[in-house]
Design a protein around this ligand. Structure first.
Ligand code: 5RP
Length: 225
């Protein structure tokens, strides 16, 4: 038997929560891309009437190709529902995000959403966060000093690269991927990192996800709330 496309399964289940008239937040990454494609299919086939705000230029470009109407924060106040992926999810539904480099816009959208649904395959579910290096978005000018202060918190920090150049986010910043190992106190670590001047934000999403939809290789789906 062919293993199920778990990312697609989770994404398609999440898109069933979208109703006419909603303002929808569009996540970033391969799982979120399945959700955007499914939203595009519902817009085309069911004439679903929504507007959307994207967490990255990539996701915005994909949404526009699919004729999903895009708005910005100039046009709207609260987002009704955001669907996004994650790199890790713990048992309290805390997340590590930012593997795709979009953590800042993802957090702006998540914190301005009435509901955040996270879509993952079973490989992302962990007891404790930290196996996946924590992405930290940093102002380029402050890179060296921020790196030293992050390492004093107990990690090894490496500058994310792309094509032999530092990876630059949609906001013009760099990313330090920080290997902490198992994170015992994610909320405290989140606050300690945020307190470093020159850090823009980090990929710890503490108590922001309302629902996590996880799909399994046997084709089953489980909801965590
Ligand atoms: C992007 C993210 C993504 O949601 C996360 O990296 C998961 O990606 P994928 O769905 O491709 O596994 O946080 O910044």
């Amino acid at each position: 038997m062919q293993p199920a496309n778990t990312k697609q399964l989770a994404a398609e289940r999440a898109v069933t929560y979208i109703q006419d008239g909603m303002i929808v937040g569009l996540g970033t990454g391969s799982t979120a891309a399945y959700a955007i494609k499914q939203i595009g299919a519902r817009v085309a086939e069911e004439n679903l009437q929504i507007t959307a705000i994207a967490t990255s230029q990539r996701s915005e470009d994909l949404a526009r190709e699919l004729n999903i109407p895009i708005v910005s924060f100039e046009d709207i106040d609260k987002i009704d529902l955001t669907i996004d992926g994650a790199d890790e999810v713990d048992e309290q539904l805390n997340l590590i995000k930012g593997g795709g480099g979009a953590l800042l816009r993802e957090k702006v959208v998540a914190t301005n959403s009435r509901e955040l649904i996270i879509i993952v395959d079973e490989t992302k579910l962990v007891k404790r966060l930290g196996k996946f290096p924590l992405p930290v978005e940093v102002v380029p000018f402050a890179l060296a000093v921020v790196k030293r202060q992050l390492e004093q918190l107990g990690c090894t920090a490496s500058l994310r690269m792309q094509n032999n150049e530092p990876y630059v986010t949609d906001n013009g910043n760099y990313i330090l991927d920080c290997s902490f190992g198992e994170i015992q106190l994610p909320a405290q670590l989140h606050d300690a990192i945020k307190a470093i001047t020159g850090v823009v934000d980090n990929g710890l999403f503490i108590q922001l996800a309302k629902t996590v939809i996880s799909a399994y290789n046997d084709g089953s789906i489980q909801l965590f709330t």
